[in-house]
Design a protein around this ligand. Structure first.
Ligand code: FES
Length: 103
């Protein structure tokens, strides 16, 4: 199925260094504002399913609040264990002050 754009937030609502979880048709996705650049990835940590939006964003690295796994928000790769697999990322762009992702 072709990807289609979904508006998930206002740019102004997610400040630099912040994370926000959004629900897109039953899938929880985290939006990260990494120093002014926005990224989108699955909110569910691949270790034991904690919400990554509850974690800490430092630059482009998010640290899960539960057991400290780290992911690169730009591509979803695992930077530090115990997460066993990457998180899915989503194409994102900013248009007219809105954050739009492709799902
Ligand atoms: S649930 Fe994220 S590190 Fe364990």
């Amino acid at each position: 199925m072709a990807a289609r754009p979904v508006t998930v937030s206002q740019v102004a609502d997610i400040k630099p260094g912040e994370l926000a979880a959004v629900d897109v048709e039953g899938t929880r996705i985290t939006i990260a504002n990494a120093n002014g650049r926005f990224y989108a990835f699955d909110d569910t940590c691949t270790h034991e399913q904690c919400s990554l939006a509850d974690g800490i964003l430092d630059g482009t690295i998010v640290t899960c609040a539960c057991h400290g796994a780290q992911f690169d928000v730009t591509n979803g790769t695992v930077v530090a264990p115990p997460a066993p697999t990457p998180v899915r990322t989503y194409s994102l762009h900013v248009r007219d002050g809105q954050v739009v992702i492709e799902v």
